[in-house]
Design a protein around this ligand. Structure first.
Ligand SMILES: Nc1nc2c(c(=O)[nH]1)N[C@H]1C(S)=C(S)[C@@H](COP(=O)(O)O)O[C@H]1N2
Ligand SMILES: [Mo]
Length: 328
């Protein structure tokens, strides 16, 4: 994508960097790239996909190498409490246009770079300020949970959007089982760390891997907050964050962290990936708001993957009736 200037070393193995010289290396790196401090943002941040180069029209063709045979989820019922007026996006488009910086920063190439990612067996740890901490296999977790289908909008901070049928369970249902302590104020989600297969985690630039995200305890317990263990009626494909990812449809897409290994209940606000890297551009709350421009582009409009249709972006992505009460 022409908007992203990638550091040359993105794909090369991480140098031996000791804690003492990290900062100096980063500064030298920025100088080398001719970037001011904050220029790292331009180098690594999600960039707008608005002025695209024809990608949108190509999405519907499935290259023969694209994996599409995922195990179906039996007896799946769609929850009709959550409806979207726009059509559901093409599955092939969604499989071929992803943000998953652990693998590559090129959205149209994640699917080609994810074949070595093993997402079964997979353990999930639920820890911190809960009465019943537990480590369990993701398939055992899925068996315990009320699995349903929900069609949600998704709006990336970069201005691309989609409508997809996730399947999974509300985080609320898991919270009822683990019973957060009254002292729990936040929930922190941590993604996997495996630089052997995730080439982006080998970057010479010091990035705060593993990817982490967090919600307030109130947001975590909101009825919309969903743990997606699948999409389009089947198990989660690797590029969508298999085997389990967060979905918070009223927040910019970077909050919906993929391939989660730990869910931790805490009393203080956890550091999160993009907010740590570029706080000026990616705030902690990250609620969708067309009136608040990103420092480098407008957030007033969005473009659907697959069709290229452009719509006005709505406050809270149209989910105000479910979430506005939390921000008054
Ligand atoms: N672990 C991890 N989770 C992540 C990301 C990432 O790079 N790594 N990208 C985020 C961003 S910016 C978006 S828009 C969505 C994209 O989800 P999709 O590829 O399933 O459409 O995943 C989010 N979750
Ligand atoms: Mo995003």
């Amino acid at each position: 994508m022409s908007h992203i200037i990638l550091p040359k070393d993105w794909d090369s193995p991480r140098n031996e960097i000791t804690p003492e010289n990290v900062y100096q290396n980063r500064r030298e790196f920025l100088q080398l790239m001719g970037m001011a401090v904050g220029g790292i943002a331009g180098a690594l941040a999600p960039a707008p996909a608005v002025a695209d180069d024809g990608f949108f029209g190509l999405f519907d063709s499935a290259p023969s190498k694209l994996k599409t045979d995922f195990p179906p989820v039996p007896n799946l019922k769609r929850n009709s409490d959550y409806t979207v007026s726009r059509p559901v996006s093409s599955e092939v488009a969604a499989l071929k246009y992803n943000n998953f910086y652990e693998f590559t920063s090129e959205k149209s190439k994640v699917w080609e770079n994810i074949n070595d990612f093993k997402t079964r067996p997979w353990q999930v740890k639920i820890s911190g300020l809960v009465k019943n901490p537990i480590v369990l296999d993701v398939d055992d977790l899925i068996k315990m949970m009320p699995i349903e289908e929900r069609v949600y909008r998704h709006r990336c901070v970069e201005t691309w959007a989609m409508v997809v049928p996730w399947n999974g369970f509300p985080l609320e249902a898991l919270m009822e089982k683990v019973e957060p302590e009254s002292s729990a104020k936040y929930v922190e989600f941590t993604s996997f760390f495996d630089p052997g297969i995730a080439k982006g985690q080998n970057s010479v630039v010091d990035l705060p891997w593993p990817y982490t995200e967090a919600l307030t305890i109130e947001e975590a317990g909101n009825e919309l907050t969903f743990m997606a263990t699948g999409i389009y009626g089947h198990q989660q494909p690797a590029q969508h964050g298999a085997p389990i990812r967060l979905v918070t449809p009223w927040k910019y897409g970077f909050k919906s962290i993929k391939s989660i290994v730990e869910i931790k209940f805490t009393d203080s606000r956890p550091a999160t990936f993009w907010n740590t890297l570029i706080p000026r551009e990616y705030d902690f709350t990250a609620n969708i708001d067309p009136e608040v421009a990103h420092p480098r582009w407008s957030q007033k409009r969005e473009k659907m993957i697959g069709t290229g249709d452009v719509f006005a972006t709505q406050k809270f992505n149209g989910y105000g009736e479910f979430v506005a009460y939390m921000y008054r």
